[in-house]
Design a protein around this ligand. Structure first.
Ligand SMILES: Cc1cc2nc3c(=O)[nH]c(=O)nc-3n(C[C@H](O)[C@H](O)[C@H](O)COP(=O)(O)OP(=O)(O)OC[C@H]3O[C@@H](n4cnc5c(N)ncnc54)[C@H](O)[C@@H]3O)c2cc1C
Length: 399
């Protein structure tokens, strides 16, 4: 692996920096800064999405023929790292990073023509309907029933933990089309409009006060057979393909920005003239985090290297998922510590991008508690640590 930027890549990095300098206005920066949730709030996300769309940069990983910018893997990495360093909002992955790649890999020409441009423009906002009560890690046991009725499937059942279902106008989901035989063999992958009659959404509120996930109920919901991706009862193949992309990484740059922020806060002098950075225990934990960050970055490079040679992320994405989650959680603990007493006020209203209330304490402290609480979920969402380790044991170590 050559880790030096070529002169052309260095020029590209400068171009990205210049763009970010002018494109990121105060509202976008504040929206990202005040985001304590796992996902960027919808309003900030969609504003930034449209800015990038107009620039032609909203889908760095998409092939040119579907509207991607035609960047190399290294350029994609540079873009991601520069966005994180500049404090840009993170885009929602459900359309660009999950449904889009699935449609490119398994969708019909009609589905690609209908849905891909709307993902790019931000007209469609997708949510992911995989998990059900009782079917998370053991996803193949899912039971939301889809019975065939002429040109439609009729859906009855429940999805849970559905991120941003309250904002989405479309959902991609897994349904049970054959209740007999091997569980994996009776699953089908569908695309659905969220305003179809029979759908109701109930919020699940995080301990931080944030509303990010939901329970979605289905009662006789009719979905056209034309919205099926892949063959009936072969949805498991499509579902697994998507999960590799979901766990594909890209978090090191954001963690690096968070580590730098913690260092800056720890270097500030408090009212009694102390700096937390001078505390040997705290600074050694910061250094340990920096070493772990290097390991995460190297794992990302390994995946990039595989991708640049035409491969898929493969099981390495599971290694990256667990190590990124662990570091993420560790950094949010350090951030909480460095925030001190200002972590105590519970003020979710002040974190809203259009907040009219003045935050209690310094701005930099506003998100520390919410990020700490919400990030407990990163070792669960997208596949738990234990499940990732099982994948590594089987596919990497051959156990
Ligand atoms: C914040 C958040 C957002 C989410 N967003 C979405 C979304 O948008 N769409 C969606 O479909 N889902 C979403 N999920 C659901 C997520 O994918 C599941 O929570 C996850 O797969 C775990 O499933 P579960 O919650 O049913 O836990 P369970 O599978 O019941 O696991 C419970 C515990 O048992 C352990 N365990 C289970 N099986 C094994 C095993 N074989 N070996 C060892 N240990 C095991 C687990 O590691 C865990 O500790 C989200 C979850 C969270 C927390």
């Amino acid at each position: 692996m050559n880790l030096q930027l070529s002169p052309a890549d260095a020029r590209f990095r400068d171009e990205v920096r210049t763009f970010l300098d002018s494109a990121l206005d105060d509202d976008l920066r504040r929206g990202a800064e005040r985001c304590g949730s796992l996902f960027q709030d919808y309003a900030t996300n969609i504003r930034w999405h449209r800015v990038l769309y107009r620039q032609g940069w909203v889908a760095p990983a998409w092939p040119e023929k579907f509207g991607g910018p035609g960047w190399s893997v290294v350029q994609r990495y540079i873009f991601q790292a520069e966005c994180a360093a500049a404090g840009a909002p993170a885009l929602a992955p459900m359309g660009l990073g999950m449904c889009g790649p699935v449609l490119m890999g398994y969708g019909t020409a009609a589905q690609q023509t209908r849905f891909l441009p709307r993902i790019l423009s931000g007209e469609d906002y997708w949510c992911q309907g995989y998990s059900e009560p009782g079917s998370g890690s053991d996803l193949a046991s899912l039971s939301l029933r889809a019975a065939r009725d002429g040109d439609h499937y009729v859906l009855n059942g429940t999805k849970i933990w559905t991120t941003h279902a309250q904002h989405a106008n479309r959902m991609f989901l897994l349904v049970r089309t054959d209740p007999g035989g091997r569980p994996q063999a009776g699953i089908t992958f569908l695309l659905m409009d969220m305003d179809t009659p029979g759908i109701s959404i109930e919020p699940i509120i995080f301990s931080s006060g944030d509303h990010e996930v939901n329970t979605v109920f289905f009662e006789d919901v009719r979905v056209p057979v034309a919205n099926r991706v892949g063959e009936e009862n072969d949805g498991w193949t499509v579902a697994k393909y998507l999960l590799e992309f979901e766990r594909g990484g890209g978090g090191a740059a954001r963690l690096e920005a968070l580590l730098a922020r913690i260092r800056r806060m720890a270097a500030a002098t408090d009212a009694s003239g102390h700096r937390l950075l001078d505390d040997p225990d705290f600074s050694s934990r910061l250094d340990a985090a920096a070493i772990n960050l290097d390991a995460v970055r190297m794992s990302e490079f390994r995946i990039l290297s595989a991708l640049s040679q035409g491969g898929n992320p493969g099981p390495a994405s599971s290694i990256l998922k667990t190590s990124t989650a662990a570091l993420n959680q560790h950094l949010t603990e350090l951030a909480l510590e460095v925030t001190g007493i200002w972590a105590l006020p519970h003020q979710p209203e002040a974190r809203q991008p259009d907040a009219k209330v003045q935050p209690v304490g310094p701005d930099a402290a506003l998100t520390a508690t919410a990020r700490y609480l919400n990030n407990r979920a990163v070792s669960i969402a997208g596949g738990t640590d234990e499940v990732q380790r099982n994948i590594v044991a089987k596919l990497v170590l051959g156990l």
